[in-house]
Design a binder for this molecule. Sequence first.
Ligand code: ATP
Ligand code: LTN
Length: 329
Amino acid sequence: MKTIFSGIQPSGNLHIGNYIGTISQWMKLQQESSNELIFCIVDLHAITVPQDPKMLRQKIVEVAALYVASGIDPKKSNIFVQSENSDHTYLTWIFDCMIPMGWMNRMTQFKDKSAKQAEGTTVGLFNYPALMAADILLYDTTHVPVGEDQRQHIELTRDIAEKFNKIYGETFVPPEPMIDKQAARMMSLQNPTSKMSKSDKDQTGTINLLDSAGEIRKKIQRAVTDSGSEIVYREDKPAVSNLLIIYSKVSGKSVSEIESQYQGKGYGDFKKDLAEAMVEFLTPIQKRYNELMKNKDELSKILDAGAEFARHKSSKKIEMVKKVVGLGR
Ligand code: ATP
Ligand code: LTN
């Protein structure tokens, strides 16, 4: 049996990169009935950079609704909000007291994110990977489906588990990352050298799951392409290759099928069809999302049940940790 844990920050609008890179992997894992699945809305991670409190609370509910609308089935998966289980922050402190500074200093995402913080970088942003390790290790997670940018954090999580086990005896399961080779790093439609990101100030390169049909058509129409007119997946064609993967993932066709479909045709036809495939793909997700947001009772019940499951499972791990570390009486 696999135990799967993953999370997304409610720090903005979920986009097609989040969906293709992670949520679609979660859906596949959901099809194996023996898996235990835990999907978290990591609001404590979101506050590592400034957030407007009202907006944050709204985004937490929106992200939860998008998980369900995208096909995460609450009968098969547990969905909960990170801050509703304080065991995450408790375990983070214990990890803080055993992680060498040097390990944290190596984290490349911190370097990127802190460079963007105009108001100064917080200790929380530096400590972010320790909280992520706590998220994962609290639940005896065996596999963590994420995008490529999270690989280093999962390697650190493994190192923390191994170090803890060495000092205090077998307590944590070192987890494996699960990264979809093709979809691990979807790029901005405006700049194929930078990752599609929800915190990107310029959202014209990002297709959000809740974008209207008009916005989707406009963004795809304006997407940058490469020199030459061939529609092929090739290293020297990063923009077109990115669009081909997106097309493949939203239409269910393989990349080579799409390449042959557009042999001898121009970018115009390709982009027009891609936009329609995207609209067709997102329409049912948006419909379900709107239903969930209209009547929040269903969502509340899902999140209450998820939090209860999470607290129940993690409390046993915390008891064990306190005992081996020598905390309390
Ligand atoms: P931010 O811009 O705030 O860092 P983000 O868009 O990178 O946000 P996260 O909440 O950090 O999104 O990531 C959620 C999940 O989606 C992670 O598993 C991450 O690896 C994955 N992910 C994010 N962006 C992409 C992308 N462009 N391609 C593939 N996967 C992605
Ligand atoms: N750091 C991740 C989000 C995240 C996560 C996790 C992913 C927090 N905790 C645990 C997988 C498992 C991010 O920013 N994408």
